[in-house]
Ligand binder design. Structure first.
Ligand code: ARG
Length: 457
């Protein structure tokens, strides 16, 4: 395999050094982008008369053939190639002969690799944003299907108050929406074309970089060739967005794991997302949720890897930067898998309505509502808190429920109580009386469902 840099070299490179330094085993994923970038570059070289129109046309049609081979799975990936640029270059030479030697005019692998990575990130982020939208759609659909279901909600993993299951689902939708906006934001900085910066200082040839930007759909052309070949911020930002998405996914997965335990028993995770035990025949384990929770570790460590990799590197290109690829590719691929699996989760999740409707009868869920009842009668928050606290303690000590207290019993705790306070001791009432914006009030939640349905279309 011919290297891009053969002639000046006085000896063969060490075979272990080759093995150690070759990136084709992972950067083969960039083949498509290497061709797309090459096509735009060759068109520009022809247009600016840096190479003949004939040579430019030959290069363009050769690269188009290679693109087709890549799409059809017929491209010859060469494990002996140093990297994907070398691989594409030599395949092109086989296809069109001499004109292929003119493609690398007025560019270098230093700007080319940034271009390939940006084109890759652009496609992948757009696809991932769609995948996250799919999770949101599935969560909203599930919320709507179960819009009347009330569940206990937790702080400190201690049962706290009741909410609509749909409200809880829409919390996931909000988290995922923020993930999408972070990725969209990363796309803005990806939208700057580095190609034509060459090794680091630009080219003495009369190139038209803006034309290449236009052909490749970049909004801007990098204004500083040194920065263009050094910049890997877009990878840090992408991995940071993916790490946060991983954190959210792990929290969703954890909720599902807890909800599916026999102790909670709120939901049934579909068999297609569970596994059995090799020894305990009764088990149905939520392995896929556990692995989603676990994979977030990888999404974090990949972010750390790129931050550590780039720290303290002198400008401009350093070969260390080659190692930005494995963590990026891995995180992108894992995030896509997680997205697909969460979409399946919400598409197939079953709610144990009868278990839940019994569980939410527990009167301790409504103590805040009783407190706010007293507040509406002019009692201070502090006094209301103490009163309800005493009342709950008294009932627990006596082993009776609040509903069993009559007007006289109630008024021993506060003269402001009337029998009507007992109407508050129902889950349906508890959600219905909420009126603060963003609360679990069914009418608000229904509005939010409609809003998301429209927005996610
Ligand atoms: N494989 C290299 C990378 O991923 C391509 C750029 C190589 N440039 C160089 N001057 N050796 O970073």
């Amino acid at each position: 395999m011919n290297k891009f840099w053969g002639s000046r070299f006085e000896g063969q490179t060490d075979s272990l050094a080759d093995k150690f330094s070759y990136s084709i085993s992972y950067d083969y994923r960039l083949a498509k982008y290497d061709c797309i970038g090459g096509i735009a570059h060759a068109k520009m070289l022809g247009k600016c008369q840096i190479i003949s129109k004939k040579d430019a046309d030959a290069i363009v049609s050769g690269l188009q053939k290679l693109l087709k081979q890549i799409e059809d799975g017929k491209f010859k990936y060469d494990p002996k190639a140093e990297d994907i640029h070398t691989n594409v270059q030599s395949e092109l030479k086989k296809l069109i002969g001499a004109p292929a030697d003119k493609l690398h005019t007025a560019r270098s692998r230093n700007d080319l690799i940034v271009l390939d990575m940006k084109l890759y990130c652009r496609d992948e982020l757009i696809a991932l944003i769609k995948e996250i939208t799919n999770i949101q759609k599935a969560a909203v659909k599930f919320a709507e299907k179960n819009k009347d279901v009330i569940i206990p909600a937790y702080t400190h993993l201690q049962a706290a108050q009741v909410v609509l299951l749909a409200h809880h689902m829409l919390a996931y939708v909000e988290m995922l929406e923020r993930d999408k906006t972070r990725l969209q934001d990363a796309l803005k900085r990806i939208d700057v074309n580095p190609l034509g910066s060459c090794a680091l200082s630009g080219s003495s040839l009369p190139t038209d970089r803006a034309y290449v930007s236009k052909l490749l759909g970049f909004k801007e052309t990098a204004a500083n060739s040194i920065d263009a070949v050094s910049d890997r911020d877009f990878i840090v930002e992408t991995l940071s967005g993916l790490a946060i998405f991983g954190m959210h996914s792990s929290r969703i997965a954890e909720d599902m794991i807890v909800w599916a335990t026999s102790e909670f028993n709120f939901v049934d995770i579909d068999w297609s997302l569970c596994t059995g035990s090799s020894i305990m025949p009764h088990k149905k384990n939520p392995d896929i949720m556990e692995l989603i929770r676990g994979e977030s570790a990888k999404l974090y460590s990949n972010l750390m890897e790129i931050l550590v990799l780039t720290k303290g590197l002198p400008l401009t290109y350093n070969r260390d930067l080659q190692l930005d690829k494995p963590p990026l590719f891995e995180s992108i691929e894992k995030a896509n898998d997680i997205g697909g699996l969460l979409t399946k989760l919400f598409g197939t999740l079953k709610v144990k309505k009868d278990v839940l409707s019994k569980r939410v009868q527990d009167e301790s869920f409504f103590t805040v509502d009783v407190m706010e009842y007293l507040i509406t009668k002019g009692v201070s928050y502090r006094e209301a808190h103490d009163t309800v606290g005493l009342m709950v303690k008294n009932c627990l000590d006596k082993g009776i429920s609040l509903t069993e207290l009559n007007k006289k019993d109630l008024q021993k705790f506060s003269p402001n109580f009337d029998e009507d306070v007992k109407k508050l001791l129902k889950p349906e009432t508890s959600v219905k009386i909420k009126q603060s914006l963003g609360s679990t009030r069914p009418a608000f939640v229904a509005q939010q469902i409609q809003k998301w349905k429209k927005r996610l279309k």
